[in-house]
Design a protein around this ligand. Sequence first.
Ligand SMILES: Cc1ncc(COP(=O)(O)O)c(C=O)c1O
Length: 399
Amino acid sequence: MDNKLPAMAGGKPIRGEYLAFGRPVICEDEINEVIDALKSGWLSTGPKTELFERRFAQYIGSQFACALNSCTAGLHLSLIVTGIGEGDEVVTTPMTFCATINVIVHLRARPVFVDIRRDDYNLDPSRIEEKITSKTKAILPVHLYGYPCQMDEILRIARENNLVVISDCAHALEAEHQEKKVGALGDLATFSFYATKNVTTGEGGMVTGSDLSFEERLRVLRLHGLSVDAWKRYSQEGTGGYDIEVPGYKYNMSDIQAALGLRQLEKVEEYLKIREQYWQMYNQAFSEIEEIITPSEPNNGRHAHHLYPVLIKSECLKINRNDFKEALHQENIGTGVHFQPVHLLSYYQKTFGFKRGDFLNAEYVGDRTLSLPLSPGLTPDDIVDTIEAVKRIASYYRR
Ligand SMILES: Cc1ncc(COP(=O)(O)O)c(C=O)c1O
């Protein structure tokens, strides 16, 4: 890219103040709920976590919800409680955050990638069956950007091949497939409350499901493997005694995090509406720009509209996606790349022999995807600035 960017060419950037990507919205009621947790004298997993779990399960329509300190922890424990271990194969998508795949490797199991579809960017169910072997134990769909996967197809394949389904719903809290929350489908589903997510607890996660024997094991494993949690040991209910039947992990959520989550969850639908409005503004503005491919919408479900990913058609421009991102940065607009396909990351290439060319659709999207600002904390003017900047860069670098 030459260094004469549109911002410089025009004398000054489109925005005066930098537009940070994914800044969370924290209001007085959330701050007060956290203060309440701090003043209560109980900071770790306790009554606020329990209440958050109950309300979360209600929202999703699942039998239970188990709160953790991250979605990564949720994926790890979900694989453990469904019996995934050394030598097992987990069928999943390369177009995800590394966390989805790292936990498979932690258990000495093997990630088996299925390429994505070019319309919804999710793993292609029609290509799953050819990857199933005697070692396959699970399918791990990721509802990328909030677009629900074709769960009816995935569940049918799982049923016919005796596989478990663990859904990565990090982006898909509000997403539905055929009028059911995706978090209520399959065996287990995991959620993220990382700072940029639709509901945040700063850091945090949740696992939902319907089989109560999974719930029991999740609760034990999230806290060292203790037979009785701290709330029961130290409160008036407890005797102080405990046992360890299995060495567990330190993956529990604190009541400080749950306090934030409780108040955030109350606003989940209101915030979704705002993101939907901005999503439509972007779609409309970019519909006639040939260099930009806009994201699609499901026709048999609900998109969670977590991220707004455009594909930058570098073949129509003098610059590539990374240059486009840098040009937006110079216009004072922060963006994100979600994600670099996992099979192109060096550990995965070295360990499993993956190479460029293995998953062409994931590579096409991974090379071009760019997430524009989409948060309920933004104003319509922020979206207009972003649109203007994208248009200015696209026309400046048009071939
Ligand atoms: C698709 C996906 N899965 C899993 C994770 C991990 O979430 P956490 O940071 O809560 O562990 C992320 C985080 O951004 C993600 O985007």
